[in-house]
Design a protein around this ligand. Structure first.
Ligand code: SAM
Ligand code: SF4
Length: 473
């Protein structure tokens, strides 16, 4: 989500006449788009601002913008700690970035934080100009904010209440992207399964009201067989049906809200990639309850089993937090057991980080000692990598469809492609293949985080138009 916000900020600045600089050292405007989910982001921001202070002293024209959820959280504190910052802009008014930059030029440093999305039409990062790094793949924010209250999480405080973007607007956005050559979209939200919950319930009435058209949108209102309001599954189906979109991904579904309809939509639409990112957080029912996650380990595993049964060749990934306050050895063993049973393809594992203002941050007397957490973290890594490696080895010999991303970051002599299961496959090619090329590769080897492959067949070149640089004058 932050990366998507960054694209939007870059798009706004480009629309204002700026071009991308090679490094912060030669930039006239430096944007630090921040995240405050874990503590080290705080430290990184103020450390980086310290470095930029001397850069700005050497080049006084440099302008610094701090945006994102850490800006939302710290507000005036950013400029109190770092007086050389020109603009501080929060999560609900990203669309104001350029105006604020102009204002700071006219009358000095400015901090503008909104407490909520006052201007819904502008609240959608996807509604702003964009500067995408890749042409074939795009993010689409379907929902902002979060109405849950996970005890560890600061997101609801900095991203506000949950608001769904109107159905018709989303479909229209994906159609525009497809017309522009995008073949893969990733639908973004903190709890995508609850998409539509806040869209008007007036759709329950027989006759479509004016609100139907604005909130759920005419596409939805015109469908006589519609549900009272669209489900995430309906959105998946509608986006999958857009001509030219070959891959639909989404993140993140909350396990408590994973509905059979979502699983069915994944199974029924081949465009929806067979990959489910289902954050577990903990395998201990006691810890899950303390986190207010709304499911037990058994319920989680049952939903996962249902998804695996319905969706052919499903890859499953997750998020797990180690060292939530009060986590005992027994709790952690339960997490290891669930992780082993879930046989994840990969997992983002996090050390619990207290965030001021969240419920769990108050439980200081229950904080787990750092050495205990570090040891648990390592044990979890071993369990996750074991299943990831086994699942990747099982793919050796298979032919997979990949979308080329470009040269491998580690070894530029080979290309990297992304499989439908969201795995990176590295392969050599005697012909240059541009990002967005569709190809098949044969898997010949595997590591815990990637596949090694050989090019089998090039299926299609990129659909997007190649940008032709225009020289001014
Ligand atoms: N909305 C998603 C969900 O409920 O699964 C998660 C979004 S959160 C931005 C991404 C991940 O960050 C979470 O799944 C969680 O594992 C991790 N996270 C959030 N707060 C954390 C904290 N205080 N300490 C460590 N990890 C945290
Ligand atoms: Fe945070 Fe929980 Fe909302 Fe995810 S569902 S963003 S973890 S509060």
């Amino acid at each position: 989500m932050n990366e998507h916000d960054s694209e939007r900020i870059a798009g706004l600045l480009e629309a204002d006449g700026l071009t991308l600089a090679a490094s912060p050292d030669d930039a006239d405007v430096v944007v630090l788009n921040t995240c405050c989910i874990r503590e080290n982001a705080d430290n990184k921001l103020y450390g980086t601002l310290g470095h930029l202070k001397s850069a700005k002293a050497a080049r006084p024209g440099m302008e610094i913008i701090v945006s994102g959820c850490l800006a939302q959280k710290d507000r005036d504190l950013v400029q109190r700690k770092a007086g050389h910052v020109d603009v501080v802009v929060g999560t609900h008014n990203v669309h104001r970035t350029v105006e604020l930059l102009h204002a700071s030029r006219a009358s000095g440093p400015v901090t503008e934080i909104w407490d909520e999305a006052l201007d819904e039409a502008e609240a959608w990062p996807s509604a702003l100009p964009v500067r995408r790094d890749v042409d074939h793949s795009a993010w689409v924010t379907i929902q902002i904010g979060c109405d849950n209250n996970c005890a560890f999480c600061i997101v609801p405080a900095v991203r506000g209440r949950e608001i769904s973007r109107p159905f018709a607007e989303l479909v229209a956005e994906v159609e525009r992207l497809a017309a522009d050559g995008v073949i893969e979209v990733t639908l973004l939200g903190q709890n995508v399964n609850s998409y539509g919950r806040d869209l008007t319930t007036s759709l329950r009435s027989e006759s479509a009201s004016a609100l139907d058209a604005t909130r759920a949108g005419p596409v939805w209102a015109a469908d006589a067989a519609r549900r009272p309001r669209p489900l995430f599954a309906d959105l998946l189906g509608a986006v999958a049906a857009v001509e030219g979109i070959g891959r639909v991904r989404f993140t993140s579904p909350h396990p408590k809200d994973l509905r059979p309809e979502t699983i069915a939509a994944m199974a029924d639409h081949p465009e929806v990639c067979p990959h489910l990112h289902l954050p577990l957080q903990s395998g201990s029912d006691r810890v899950l309850a303390a986190m207010h996650r709304g499911y037990t380990a058994d319920r989680y595993l049952a939903r996962l089993a249902a998804a695996r049964l319905a969706i052919d060749d499903l890859a499953v990934t997750t998020d797990i937090i180690v060292g939530f306050p009060g986590e005992t050895d027994a709790d952690f063993s339960a997490t290891l057991e669930v992780a082993a049973e879930a046989e994840y393809d990969s997992a983002y594992t996090f050390i619990y980080s207290p965030r001021a203002g969240t419920e769990a941050a108050e439980l200081t007397e229950q904080f787990v000692a750092p050495d205990v957490v570090a040891e648990r973290f390592e044990r979890l890594r071993v369990v996750v990598e074991r299943s990831a490696l086994a699942r990747h080895h099982a793919r050796i010999g298979r032919v997979e469809e990949v979308v080329v991303e470009g040269p491998s970051k580690r070894d530029p002599s080979v290309l990297t492609g992304r499989t439908a299961q969201n795995k990176l496959a590295h392969f050599a090619s005697s012909v240059p293949l541009r990002p967005g090329t569709l190809a098949t590769v044969r898997v010949v080897g595997a590591g815990p985080h990637f596949l090694r492959a050989e090019l089998a067949e090039v299926l299609a070149g990129p659909r997007h138009r190649t940008r032709i640089p225009v020289v001014a004058g």
